[in-house]
Design a protein around this ligand. Structure first.
Ligand code: ADP
Ligand code: MG
Length: 407
């Protein structure tokens, strides 16, 4: 589960991790009201207005409705004109940003609607660094990565100058050790107060990741201020869904408006569904078989439109729901049902497919491959349904047939 930047910053602040002060706004009035208290608290007339969406690259992103406006704007009008000038600028920005669609390299071309802003104190930046904690699946441990190339996408740094990424694996029993934090901080060229503050920041962030079961924390940029403070100017976080039961306060931060509607609906029916960009809808039981099905579709020249595991204990209702979710995607040009009946019985799937087709109709070709428990009964149900279904003898055969039919 992902959360917004302002939520990540609140969680960090609650654990003593340095972040700038800020306020959330869902209306231009709220955005304007945030300015004066922030200016008074920081003593700096500069504030920053930041779009809150579950995607990065906001600064360089642009609004569909306002081609010259980015998702993050540093407002400097207060330096000359005082608080009133800053307020006026924030009002006009908020009026343009709220309700508009921001397109960044991470949102895809359709962009994301901005319904919330974070108005934050402007920080006098001396250096922009990069710091992250990611779950390293190779070691099964959290890995802290740091780089002097703050503000740049880390993928770019990894591709062009991989030697600029420093890494420390975190032992879960010890946390990030002092010597590891110092090695990272010295590697970033921190000195004096900034060195001390950097070490403290890194150790606290490593503890945060382990205590709250994050699978990703990316602080880009981590900044060193002109007075030697080290603070998080951005905060991107993802949490392990399977651990959310341990953190009800984090689970509460879920913003369903940011999540894919089809994926949310699937979750309600206990389906594991992930939307993809291809044209072949897949309805499969078992995560392993679902992966193999997607691979096979690719092998024969197609592209899967989704990952879908209906699970072992699916009922006719679940299969119907799954079928509806798949057919609603306008990119789907063919559907491949690939079932190995073990716990899941083939006749249950057949009933579900028939019921769903009767309910929502079938505008695209459908190939069904059934194998395992009650396979004869399942095939009989499909054959006698009068539906236009092509049956397949095995997975490869089915993949070939659906990819051809979808063309
Ligand atoms: P994104 O990564 O989505 O573009 P960031 O939060 O990293 O969004 O903001 C983009 C840039 O805006 C930062 O790299 C930084 O230079 C500037 N910025 C963000 N917040 C502040 C702030 N509070 N004070 C000064 N500059 C900021
Ligand atoms: Mg950033």
């Amino acid at each position: 589960m992902k959360i917004h930047e302002y939520q990540a910053k609140r969680l960090m602040a609650a654990r003593g991790i340095a972040v700038p002060e800020g306020r959330v706004a869902t209306t231009p009035e709220e955005a304007v009201a945030a300015v004066r208290p922030l200016v008074e608290a920081s003593g700096s007339p500069v504030v920053v207005v930041k779009s809150q969406i579950h995607a990065g690259g906001r600064g360089k992103g642009r609004f569909k409705e306002h081609a010259d406006l980015g998702g993050v704007t540093v407002v400097t009008d207060g330096i000359q004109g005082g608080v009133e000038a800053a307020e006026a600028k924030v009002r006009s920005l908020a009026e343009q940003m709220l309700g508009s669609t921001l397109v960044t390299i991470q949102t895809g071309p359709e962009g994301k609607a901005v319904n919330r802003l974070y108005v934050e104190q402007g920080v006098a930046i001396a250096r922009e660094l990069y710091l992250s904690v990611v779950l390293d699946r190779a070691t099964g441990r959290n890995l802290m990565m740091a780089s002097t190339e703050g503000g740049t996408e880390i993928e770019e740094v990894a591709a062009e100058t991989p030697e600029k990424i420093l890494r420390e694996t975190i032992d879960p029993a010890v946390g990030l050790a002092d010597f590891q934090a110092r090695r990272l901080a010295l590697g970033l060229g921190l000195e004096g107060d900034a060195l001390k503050n950097g070490v403290r920041f890194m150790k606290a962030l490593a503890a945060f990741a382990s205590d709250l079961d994050t699978d990703l924390i990316e602080i880009n940029p981590l900044v060193v201020t002109e007075s030697g403070d080290v603070m998080a100017l951005d905060g991107k976080m993802g949490f392990d869904d399977n651990a959310l039961a341990r953190h009800p306060d984090v689970a509460e931060l879920r913003d369903e408006t940011e999540e894919n509607a089809a994926e949310l609906e699937a979750k309600e029916f206990g389906l594991s569904f992930i939307k993809l960009d291809g044209s072949i809808g897949c309805l499969v039981n078992g995560a392993g078989l679902a992966m193999a099905t997607m691979d096979t579709i690719k092998q024969v020249g197609g592209e899967p439109a989704n990952f879908l595991d209906v699970g072992g204990g699916a009922t006719t209702e679940n299969v119907t729901a799954a079928f509806k979710i798949i057919t609603r995607d306008p990119n789907v040009k063919g559907i491949f049902v690939n079932i190995f009946g073990g716990i899941m019985k083939c006749d249950t799937i057949a009933d579900g497919v028939v019921a769903a087709v009767k309910e929502v109709g079938l505008q695209v070709p459908l190939v069904v491959r059934l194998e395992g428990t009650n396979v004869e009964l399942g095939k009989k149900i499909i054959d006698e349904s009068g539906l236009n279904v092509v049956s397949a003898t095995d997975m490869k055969d089915g993949a070939q047939k659906i990819v051809e039919a979808a063309r």
